[in-house]
Design a binder for this molecule. Structure first.
Ligand SMILES: Cc1cc2nc3c(=O)[nH]c(=O)nc-3n(C[C@H](O)[C@H](O)[C@H](O)COP(=O)(O)O)c2cc1C
Length: 266
């Protein structure tokens, strides 16, 4: 594999959840935001709110609420005497991407500056509360939170977290039929890697089974594949549609997807 400072920042990065009290300088903040803004965009639908209060789940000195912002797009279009007529699901498909690539540029920029970060995924589900807290206009949707600060030295001891094997992620030519043994091998890499760090034990996190099954796991064997599967199976009551609608988006119903000639995409 090739190494250079950018690749190394990507390969060595890990989510950090404890930070020192040191507050990043204005120059550092400006650099992070500029790096975020310079990400590729489809419609430039990403915006953010910076909260320096330290009142975030990881008590990080900086917290960015990264948003999909259809409000600002409407203001621009109105100046051109246009109204947004495409449905919200369509614009959102690009809005989420614009916001996410912006956020991820900030993550890598932070890493390169000796800072660390962690995303927080709850905000879409509590969009109305975020709208109130940060005075977000209608049609500004919080996609993800990003906590940023200087890493507590205790976090330095852990290696980057594992990923599925490359052969389980990048399929050459066309998508293969995945065999049981390939699935199991991929799961083993993930579970062993997280267990070796005591990842869930140190955070004291094990998703409760809500009476659906009896608990048989302990922190000796509870790891990533069980954790992520429980999320997929049990988090059925979070009603994202309601959150979208309460902050001003209208979700279309049904319909047929477009038959697209790939060569005519742009
Ligand atoms: C969209 C998104 C939401 C996330 N939400 C949370 C979160 O709410 N709490 C948390 O501790 N980590 C959160 N994470 C961080 C992941 O847990 C972390 O990226 C993953 O375990 C891989 O570890 P690594 O980033 O150290 O490689 C989130 C990551 C993403 C991309």
């Amino acid at each position: 594999m090739i190494h250079n400072p950018i690749i190394d920042a990507m390969l060595n990065r890990k989510s950090v959840r404890t930070f020192t009290d040191e507050v990043p300088s204005e120059e550092v903040i400006e650099t992070l935001v500029a790096a975020g803004q310079q990400a590729p965009f489809a419609y430039q639908l990403g915006s953010m709110v910076l909260d320096r209060s330290g009142k975030n789940p990881f008590k990080a000195p900086l917290f960015f609420l990264i948003c999909y912002d259809a409000h600002r797009m409407a203001l621009v279009a109105a100046k051109r005497a246009w109204e947004i007529a495409v449905d919200d699901l369509q614009l959102m498909a690009f809005g989420f991407q614009d916001a996410a690539y912006m956020a991820q540029n900030m993550v890598i920029a932070a890493e390169s500056l000796g800072l660390a970060s962690c995303y927080l995924g709850v905000y879409p589900f509590i969009a109305p509360a975020m709208q109130k807290k940060y005075k977000l206009p209608q049609r500004v949707f919080p996609v993800v939170g990003l906590a940023v600060g200087y890493p507590d030295p205790s976090e330095a001891e852990f290696p980057p977290r594992p990923r599925y094997p490359m052969s389980f992620t990048c399929f050459e030519g066309c998508y293969p039929e995945l065999t049981d043994s390939e699935v199991e091998a991929a799961m083993q890499v993930m579970d062993e890697g997280y267990l070796a760090q005591g990842y869930y034990a140190s955070q004291n996190v094990m998703i409760p089974l809500r009476g659906v099954k009896e608990e048989t796991f302990t922190f000796e064997n509870y790891s990533w594949t069980e954790h992520i599967s429980r999320k997929c199976a049990l988090y059925t009551d979070m009603n994202l549609r309601a959150a979208y609608e309460q902050v001003g988006f209208v979700m279309p119903q049904g319909g047929e997807s477009m038959v697209l000639d790939e060569d005519e995409e742009e």
